[in-house]
Design a protein around this ligand. Structure first.
Ligand code: PLP
Length: 465
């Protein structure tokens, strides 16, 4: 399998190269040259398989020759061996129509572990072949940073620099990063906002000086391998609920549109998905895009579901590429225009091509009521991100008898203040993260000054050759 850029001019890469590259050199995102197509019998043959075995089967066409079956199986077993639930991503029934797919049983209590646990092993395997070193630089407002650090700590040939806004993330989120003590982990608290941190990371990626010295890569969901790992649980859940003979709908708490795009990829493979409901909070760029064709940046508003507080959804470019008939030049023109103006209008004929999607915005009241409903009617305590998804699932207009799976993207204990306010229940942190408040924290506090941050990284990163 090879991968092409959504902007049409970067070279095609194989799976190994695309994993290490992250962003394409023309500024685009990599997508498979064509979607693998499975028959009903192919899906049927997954029935009864474990999560790990399902993962191996679903990932194989995307990985191509980059890994042997044994290598892939061993990476999947290691990645998911650390999950705290035997089913890895268990399905929980709420009522006759609604299900939760719990994606938060990994080490940092959010769904990002499902992809990042896998990505760490892929990096290490590919780097060992070439003997090269990788410098990972990222900015986090919470979940991505901790999942990336948890996965990459102690790995050979990788240094990770994670920037977060000083004093502006929760204690649990910060401690999940700063209590992991490995020589290749560098936590940087920036005296500024998340946007300051993010702007600095962007500058590092574009800095010729840094690019000449280091091989710099990313762990956010522009990385194709992350999305590939997320396709697995759509397939796994649908099979449990009777696919391919039954159609299943999914409701996806959405920020950067990575998770929802993975669902689209599963549908492109032939999985009979009735609908993918894109649930946003008040930061509703994706809801406006699907409902009105208005993909325009707004100001970011802080909500009770902070991991969805995003006003540009990077992965939407991958869907636009398909909506433009997989024409890189057209997608490039569209994105160039958006980068300049911050606005994009999507004509009805283009939206009609992706009628698989619907969308819904959940405000603070909607999220609270969904948390209360789950608690009072179904005896399940859910987090605010999951609540946005469940709200959208409950108001969606779907054919009767459709099973709707809401992706439960975070453990409720990760956002316990908001959960307690809505339900009166204060969810306890699972035992496996109970040590968080006893361990010493390691981080360096730096001013929001590019030269200082650049010097810090230069001193500690490993040159690429
Ligand atoms: C990252 C995140 C999301 C949003 O996922 P995207 O792939 O960016 O759309 C939703 N919920 C939680 C808890 C997250 O950490």
């Amino acid at each position: 399998m090879d991968y092409i850029s959504t902007r049409g001019s970067a070279p095609a890469l194989d799976f190994e190269q695309v994993t290490l590259a992250g962003l394409a050199s023309d500024g685009g995102l990599y997508v498979p040259r064509e979607w693998p197509r499975w028959s009903a019998a192919d899906f049927e043959s997954l029935r009864g398989l474990s999560y790990v075995e399902t993962a191996v089967r679903v990932m194989t066409p995307f990985v191509g020759d980059a890994l042997t079956q044994d290598e892939l199986r061993s990476l999947c077993s290691t990645a998911y061996g650390g999950f705290a639930h035997d089913a890895i991503t268990p399905l929980v029934q709420l009522d006759g129509a609604h299900w939760l797919l719990e994606l938060f049983h990994g080490p940092t209590l959010a769904f990002k572990d499902v992809a990042l646990q896998m990505l760490g092993g892929l990096f290490e395997t590919f780097l060992a072949r070439s003997g090269k070193a990788l410098t990972i630089v990222g900015a986090t407002s919470g979940d991505t940073g901790s999942a990336a650090i948890q996965s990459l700590a102690g790995r050979e040939r990788i240094e990770i620099f994670m920037l977060h806004p000083h004093d502006r993330i929760t204690d649990v989120q910060r401690r999940q990063m700063t209590t992991i003590h490995a020589p290749n982990v560098h936590n940087i608290a920036i005296e500024g906002s998340f946007d300051d941190a993010q702007a600095m990371v962007k500058r590092i990626f574009g800095d010729e000086d840094m690019r000449a010295k280091f091989s710099i890569s990313a762990v956010n969901s522009i990385n194709w391998a992350r999305l590939m790992a997320q396709i697995v649980y759509y397939v796994w859940a649908a099979i449990q609920l009777g696919a391919p003979s039954r159609r299943v709908a999914f409701s996806v708490p959405t920020g950067n549109f990575g998770d929802a795009f993975a669902g689209y990829a599963a549908a492109q493979m032939g999985l009979p998905i009735e609908r993918i409901i894109v649930a946003t909070n008040n930061n509703d760029i994706m809801h406006r895009a699907f409902s009105q064709g208005d993909y325009s940046k707004g100001a970011v508003e802080a909500t009770g579901a902070p991991s969805m507080d995003i006003q540009i959804a990077s992965n939407f470019e991958r869907l636009l590429f398909d909506m433009e008939g997989r024409d890189g030049a057209k997608t490039n023109a569209r994105m160039a225009d958006f980068d300049q103006s911050g606005r994009m209008t999507i004509p009805r004929e283009m939206l009609d091509k992706v009628a698989l999607f619907s969308s819904c915005r959940a405000d603070a009241d909607d999220m609270s009521s969904a948390m209360r409903w789950a608690h009072e009617q179904c005896d399940e305590v859910i987090d605010p991100h999951t609540a946005a998804g469940l709200h959208a699932a409950r108001v969606a207009d779907l054919p009767e008898d459709t099973a709707v799976v809401t992706l439960a993207t975070a453990h409720p204990a990760k956002f316990r203040e908001t959960v307690e306010r809505a339900t009166g229940v204060r969810p306890a942190l699972p035992l496996r993260v109970g040590h968080l408040f006893e361990r010493e924290e390691r981080l360096d506090i730096l001013p929001a000054d590019y030269d200082v941050v650049k010097a810090y990284i230069t001193e500690r990163a490993v040159p690429s050759a």
